[in-house]
Design a binder for this molecule. Structure first.
Ligand SMILES: O=P(O)(O)OC[C@H]1O[C@H](O[C@H]2O[C@H](CO)[C@@H](O)[C@H](O)[C@H]2O)[C@H](O)[C@@H](O)[C@@H]1O
Length: 266
């Protein structure tokens, strides 16, 4: 893959050359920096992606990770050097949490998530391989290790629990997440663009949760500003290829794209 060069890419790379301090690259975690694996707790950042992020943080104004993961998981699984970590902004749980040079900003866990976890518990007994992930601000119902079709079979029951406890439903790859935070990655990216004053923005992602952030980039493009939708392609989400200004072959391809931004900078 690693394909589809567009005018948007030329505009973005020109911005990286001329005003690197005003460039923001936002990255998703799973499927983008990390390959998708069966057990979420064993995910790790692709070594080339870790190196490419470390190279890029000193070259452009802003590098962020915007993820459905809690920030503590990103810190633990990402294994970024402290120097790199100090230059990253990590927005966890779709913007509910933040880790940056000023510290860790994580609100108190809501009771509704605890109630939902208790209500969903029986699913794990009924469907071998189904796994409930407690993310404190959200609960994930994972079916990657269960029989094919399990996600569809449990969907209605998960949606009923979401409704009962007033939780937002976030669909992902072999997962349904229920969360209290109403914001999307689009909201998180918009706030970060305003905060940083970035004039050129790229969002790199692979899944449905990244689409609202892709929409934010598309709006910038419509207004004639440098913006880039970078998709980490996978067989699980072929529909996202149509959104790509740049299509990368998984995390290794994302690392190559990050390098291409880095070499453009002065
Ligand atoms: O926004 P992201 O960084 O993409 O995080 C979204 C969710 O990703 C994780 O689940 C996904 O990756 C797992 C590990 O590769 C995989 O086993 C699972 O099937 C995928 O859906 C994570 O576990 C969730 O907490 C994130 O919200």
């Amino acid at each position: 893959m690693d394909a589809i060069g567009t005018d948007h890419e030329n505009l973005f790379l020109t911005a990286a050359l001329e005003t690197p301090e005003r460039v923001l690259v936002a990255l998703d975690f799973d499927g983008t920096l990390s390959d998708v694996v069966d057990d979420p707790d064993t995910a790790y950042v692709h070594p080339e992606a870790r190196r490419a992020v470390a190279d890029l943080v000193g070259r452009i104004g802003h590098v962020a990770i915007i993820t459905g993961r809690p920030v503590d998981q990103v810190r633990r699984l990402g294994r970024f050097d402290d120097e790199v970590l100090g230059r990253l902004v990590i927005l966890g749980q779709y913007g509910a949490e933040r880790l940056d040079a000023t510290g860790r900003h994580v609100p108190e866990p809501p009771q509704a998530v605890r109630d939902a976890i208790a209500a969903l518990g029986p699913l794990a007994d009924e469907f071998p391989g189904l796994f409930i992930e407690d993310k404190s601000h959200a609960v994930g119902v994972h079916t990657r290790r269960a029989a094919a079709g399990t996600l569809e079979r449990v969907r209605d029951r998960v949606l009923e629990v979401a409704e009962r406890f007033g939780l937002e439903v976030e669909p992902g790859k072999e997962v349904l997440e229920l969360r209290t935070h109403r914001g999307t990655k689009g909201d998180a990216l918009t706030a970060l663009v305003e905060e940083t004053g970035a004039t050129a923005v790229a969002m790199v992602g692979d899944d449905l949760g990244d689409v609202p952030a892709f929409d934010v980039v598309a709006e910038l493009q419509r207004r004639g500003r440098p913006g880039l939708v970078v998709v980490s392609g996978s067989d699980e989400r072929p529909e996202l290829v149509a959104r790509a200004d740049v299509l990368c072959e998984g995390p290794a391809g994302v690392a190559r794209w990050l390098d291409s931004v880095g070499v453009t900078t002065p």
